[in-house]
Design a protein around this ligand. Structure first.
Ligand code: ATP
Ligand code: MG
Length: 439
């Protein structure tokens, strides 16, 4: 049971904290009465700081922030939380109900009971913690119908520039273009974890190495009590080299079976663990046939392009990965939108199909340089084929520099293709991130 005096000192210390260095994030959460707002996401994405950013700096005393990993709250049971509320009330008798923010909730067994109690009493409740135990799947079972879950990713390019203090809106984009392009290179190379944005390069690498180690050790190995550690490491390093490429469990199985004790099921399970820990994403092929969806190879993207420093770096693949992550952010509040890739029998490929309720809305190709005639034709032709098949007229190629609109006509197929530089495309998404259509 926590010591009340220590709890009071903890609460007062928190209210005296300096919140001035916190950069606002783009994620906009809505609170609904009777539902807890849960923030999930990869480790170190900024979930705790995100909670801090929601605090009104003029009235911090209206917030009760509890970090359950703080020694003051150790050990703790759901019943003990009444004492924490009492301690708060004795300090601030005039405030009827503070906004309650629960961090590192996984440290308290049965923490959902605290949340249900607070909701029943009419409190506004925010919850976050380490992704390893606070996965949407678990939260959904324990707080069924009583929560809204939001995902916080590492920084978008817009947020990254904000961290760097660089303006990019309207005319500023053109004024700061040289700087923005240089920062885009840094963004692709070292990725977008908030803590990695500011320090010098050698420190960035050390931080990223630490993040990768903790992610694997805590969120995958320990959490799932993985037996075949060697295989897991092999799959991880394969992923760090094969990002923005196809992965097929069958071919991995053939690759490993001579060398390791392995089954196809283990490979699929380990990839599922890596996905659950937000280390990577496996994107499906667009298609209506359920069988095709299951057996087609997936395309692999990392949660952060900086992690690829420990695999095999490639600018074109960094760019494609960054586009994928931006699409995830843009559509994370729209569960009816799906991101897939497209490929036909002749091997023609389109990197991203954005579809809503199964209907393709936009086709995006990422191809940094189109100067080479053959490349240009290949990318356009794939877009036209997909456009015809999927009956979708919104076609886009994300390039490094080329910009414009081109009316393309090939083999009797026609289409209008928009070419847009990566920096510009990454920055334009602001208006697309909103709460419209959520819940
Ligand atoms: N909005 C922000 N403004 C300034 N710095 C930030 C911001 N968000 C995150 N950071 C930096 O990144 C670090 C990690 O952020 P934070 O602790 O919020 O991540 P987390 O998602 O809660 O991580 P964990 O899963 O380990 O609890 C912070 O210590 C801080 O240095
Ligand atoms: Mg945290």
């Amino acid at each position: 049971m926590p010591d009340k005096t220590l709890v009071k000192r903890y609460i007062l210390n928190f209210h005296e904290r300096d919140f001035s260095g916190i950069v606002p994030r783009e994620l906009k959460v809505k609170t609904l009465p009777g539902r807890a707002t849960i923030i999930v996401g990869p480790r170190r994405a900024g979930k705790t700081y995100y909670l801090f950013s929601l605090i009104d700096k003029n009235t911090p005393e209206r917030y009760l922030y509890v970090d359950f990993e703080h020694p003051v709250f150790h050990p703790m049971t759901p019943g003990d939380f009444i004492d924490v509320l009492d301690a708060y009330r004795e300090l601030y008798p005039e405030i009827k109900r503070p906004v309650v923010m629960l961090d590192e909730v996984q440290a308290v067994p049965d923490w959902e009971r605290i949340v249900r109690y607070l909701l029943d009493e009419g409190y506004t409740v925010y919850v976050t913690g380490s992704s390893s135990k606070l996965l949407s799947r678990e939260v959904a079972t324990h707080l069924r119908g009583r929560s809204l879950t939001y995902t916080l990713f590492p920084l978008s390019f817009r947020e990254f520039l904000r961290f760097k203090g660089v303006e990019y809106g309207g005319r500023e984009f053109y004024r700061n273009l040289t700087r923005i392009n240089r920062l885009l290179e840094e963004y692709l190379r070292f990725g977008a974890y908030p803590e990695v944005a500011l320090p010098p390069e050698e420190i960035k690498e050390l931080i990223l190495r630490d993040y990768l180690d903790v992610l694997i050790k805590k969120d995958v190995l320990e959490r799932h009590r993985v037996k075949n550690v060697h295989l897991l490491n092999e799959l991880l390093y394969f992923s760090l080299r094969a990002y923005s490429k196809y992965v097929s469990f069958d071919s991995l199985y053939r690759l490993f079976k001579g060398r390791l004790r392995v089954t196809k099921r283990t490979i699929a399970n380990y990839f599922a663990y890596l996905e659950e820990a937000f280390a990577l994403f496996l994107v499906r092929r667009f298609g209506r046939s359920p069988k095709g969806r299951i057996v087609a190879p997936r395309k692999l993207y990392l949660i952060d392009t900086g992690l690829a420093l420990f695999g095999e770096k490639d600018l074109a693949r960094d760019a494609e990965n960054a586009v994928f992550l931006e699409l995830m952010k843009r559509y994370s509040l729209k569960p009816s939108v799906e991101i897939t890739y497209w490929k036909d029998e002749a091997g023609r490929e389109v990197d991203f199909v954005i579809s809503e309720n199964g209907k393709a809305k936009e086709l995006i190709q990422v191809s940094l340089r189109l100067d080479d005639e053959k490349t240009r034709k290949r990318e356009f032709l794939a877009l036209l084929h997909a456009s015809k098949r999927l009956d979708c007229k919104s076609l886009k190629v994300i390039t490094l520099e080329e910009e414009g609109v081109e009316d393309v006509s090939l083999y009797g197929m026609n289409g209008r293709v928009e070419l847009i530089p990566l920096a510009k495309w990454l920055l334009e998404g602001e208006r697309l991130i909103s709460n419209e259509g959520e819940v």
